[in-house]
Design a binder for this molecule. Structure first.
Ligand code: NDP
Length: 327
């Protein structure tokens, strides 16, 4: 497996300016691993935090970022069964996707419905598995409940609207522009609100007959976190999924008692090594994706060498759906 490949290499913590296009040795698959030629990789907000050294796992530099992609299996490592060279697959977890080739454990590989494009497949794993684990596994959402989704036109947001509707939830979508809200409505959001409007708490209460929301997907954190808590219904669950503001949030836990409310953490990574939870997620998600009932929203596409531009684009909050990098 000799040869070199183009990859985005990061040698120190920082913003888009630390992303370098480099020639690196093409990797070869070890036991239990699969070598895949990358056709498209999804850019997640977590990649930005990972490059900056601000993610939940420690970044070890030099590194090649990128945690999800779609492509064609080129070679199998020793002991890998059930996968064939030449098959088009998606892969989830780890790092190294912002490159022409990536090696992943065989258990990270997801078979693809044939009608899915590489870009759609690359947009799928992180956002849809996270939406599923957040709403079903952690929040135990019940049909008819109200779910509020922040950054609803983004990658996780668009996936969450689709998953919430499949679970029979009523959705309030929040985003920062009218164009973004129009997309949320097309995806099935019942109520859409600009996150910049005054009296957001009141608007959420009015939309829910004064009750507030049963589930709130918090991805912004910072000063707005206290406001999110005020939007919760009796027995409401606030899911802490992200902190796009990159600011600390404060809360007064005793305030949860009166309404029997919960604040629940959600992180995709530990679920990936829990076979029972993954099996349940695959059983829920794959039929929906195969039948076209859920369909990833592909946002802007950038070439691999334009990775810095792609990072800046997401940081400037311009994306709708998932931004894609293509080698
Ligand atoms: P998005 O495509 O949603 O892009 C981020 C969006 O966050 C922006 O478009 C913007 O939406 C909103 N936002 C609010 N404040 C800021 C800010 N200060 N800077 C930039 N964006 C801001 O990204 P992802 O779908 O990749 O991720 C969304 C969130 O979910 C992130 O916080 C991410 O870390 C988290 N996440 C967590 C996972 C987990 O396992 N816990 C897994 C996947 C994602 P708007 O302009 O409409 O406000």
């Amino acid at each position: 497996m000799l040869g070199s490949m183009k990859a985005i290499q990061v040698r120190r913590a920082g913003g888009p300016e630390v992303l370098e296009l480099a020639d690196l040795p093409k990797p070869s698959p070890g036991p239990g691993q699969v070598l895949i030629r990358v056709e498209a990789a999804g850019l997640n907000f977590a990649d930005i935090l990972y490059v900056a050294g601000e993610y939940l796992v420690r970044t070890r530099y030099p590194t090649v970022p990128g945690m999800e992609f779609a492509g064609v299996i080129e070679a199998l490592g020793e002991g890998v069964e059930g996968l064939q060279p030449g098959a088009r697959v998606a892969a989830l977890g780890g790092s190294g996707a912002f490159a022409e080739y990536a090696v992943v454990p065989a258990r990270s590989v997801l078979p693809l419905p044939p009608q899915m494009s590489a870009a759609e497949a690359a947009a799928f794993p992180v956002s849809y598995f996270t939406a599923y684990f957040a709403l079903r596994t952690q929040a135990r959402a019940q049909p008819g409940e109200w779910a509020l989704i922040q950054a609803a036109a983004g990658a996780l947001g668009t996936a969450s609207i689709q998953i919430a509707k499949q679970m029979g939830l009523r959705v309030i979508a929040l985003a920062s522009s009218e164009e973004k809200l129009a997309l949320c409505r097309r995806l099935g959001a019942d109520v859409t609100l600009l996150n910049t409007q005054d009296n957001l708490v009141e608007a959420v209460r009015n939309a829910t007959e004064g009750k507030g929301v049963d589930i709130l997907m918090e991805v912004v954190g910072g000063a707005g976190f206290a406001q999110s808590l005020k939007m919760l219904a009796y027995r409401g669950r606030l899911l802490v999924i992200g902190s796009a503001s990159r600011e600390m949030a404060q809360m007064y836990p005793v305030g949860l008692m009166k309404g029997n409310q919960s604040v629940i953490g959600v992180w995709l990574t530990p679920f990936l090594s829990d076979p029972a939870e993954m099996q349940a997620a695959v059983a829920f998600l794959m039929p929906l994706v195969a039948s076209g009932q859920i369909r990833p929203v592909v946002g802007e596409r950038f070439k691999l060498e334009e990775a810095a531009e792609a990072f800046r684009f997401v940081l400037s909050r311009k994306n709708t759906g998932k931004v894609i990098l293509q080698p």
